[in-house]
Ligand binder design. Structure first.
Ligand code: TRP
Length: 333
């Protein structure tokens, strides 16, 4: 049986953090053993709202590669690629642009949200408004079966499948639906208790963070504001330290015992924070060390990306040829 095809990606606008880990990295790690997995660094997409900051995008391509390799994505199993070096993707995007209305683009809830955050209004760059179409090209060019992403990406997959349907209706069956794979653990809140961990909110813990930074971050974590004295009864729900222990502590019975004691009173915030510091440090420290080692040879790391991109391009060439034949623009063959 043919292996399932996985395609997923990140914009190179910052390093990866624990929110990414819970949201999609653990799924990617699991899937690389049993599937044909592609991981795309979406630099062209990153430029849709960073057109004036190419240096940032360029630097973060390497940072993402370091994160991927350090957490254990294995170039023997996973193909890494950089979006801008595959011209078949923008070419497919051009044809997909005909299949989507402006009204539909303006309804995409994730884009709407981002536009509000950035205060674009009517002055939204056309490339930004249309990036879901280019993302559809990313996914469909690889004929991906599964797309492991955070839940904010669900509208993108929905729009991708609409484009596949319209294309097939106009030109014949070329594309199939992709399925989003969202983490069952749900989304990880930021250290401040806000619903989402994100770079722009400044509430994230990174794989590249030092031991001291992790300790400081955990010490600052939002707990139960009414839990003032050790003897007070404390709330576990919405208490970020417990949310993180649930997500990262492999010893569930210890966590349950701590919750019980915290609810009853007699367990201080410092105690549970100390436990979390140990748990996070034992997860992150080997990753951090591997990352530092890899960072000493950026050329080798970029070489892995180059090799992967070449391989990935072959897959997209095939799909583009098929799509163009279906569209009757395959002249000169
Ligand atoms: N939009 C995704 C993000 O912001 C990145 C991305 C680009 C992507 N192309 C993709 C994700 C294709 C999955 C599949 O994180």
């Amino acid at each position: 049986m043919a292996k399932k095809i996985i395609l997923t990606g990140d914009r190179p606008t910052g390093k990866l953090h624990l929110g990414h880990y819970i949201g999609s990295l653990t799924n990617r790690l699991k899937l690389q053993d049993e599937t044909e997995e592609y991981v795309m660094i979406a630099d062209a997409q990153a430029l849709t709202d960073n057109a004036d900051n190419p240096e940032k995008v360029r630097q973060n391509v390497l940072e993402l590669m370091l994160d991927y390799l350090a957490i254990g994505l294995d170039p023997e199993k996973t193909t890494f690629l950089v979006q801008s070096m595959i011209p078949e993707l923008p070419e497919l995007t051009v044809y997909f642009l005909n299949l989507v209305t402006l009204a539909r683009l303006q309804r995409n809830p994730t884009v709407k949200n981002e536009m509000k955050q950035k205060g674009y209004g009517a002055n939204v760059p056309a490339g930004f408004l249309t990036y879901p179409i280019s993302q559809a090209a990313d996914i469909l060019a690889f004929k991906a079966d599964l797309v492991p992403v955070g839940e904010d990406q669900l509208p993108m997959i929905e729009q991708t499948n609409e484009i596949a349907d319209t294309f097939n209706r106009f030109y014949g069956p070329v594309f199939k639906h992709a399925k989003a794979l969202v983490s069952s653990t749900g989304r990880l809140p930021g250290i401040d208790g806000k619903a989402k961990m994100s770079k722009s909110l400044g509430n994230a813990i990174y794989f590249s963070d030092s031991e001291k930074t992790i300790r400081d971050q955990v010490m600052e974590m939002y707990t139960d504001p009414k839990h003032i004295h050790v003897k007070d009864k404390g709330k576990v729900e919405g208490n970020v330290v417990f949310t993180y222990l649930d997500a990262f502590d492999s010893d569930k019975s210890v966590v349950e015992a701590l919750k019980k004691q915290y609810r009853k009173g007699g367990l201080g915030d410092v105690e549970i924070k100390k436990r979390l510091i140990d748990v996070l440090e034992s997860l992150i420290s080997p990753i951090r060390q591997k990352r530092e080692r890899l960072a000493k040879d950026p050329k080798a790391v970029m070489g892995i990306l180059e090799k992967g991109t070449k391989k990935a391009r072959e897959a997209t060439k095939k799909t583009l040829a098929e799509a163009k034949a279906a569209m009757k623009i395959d002249y000169f063959r």
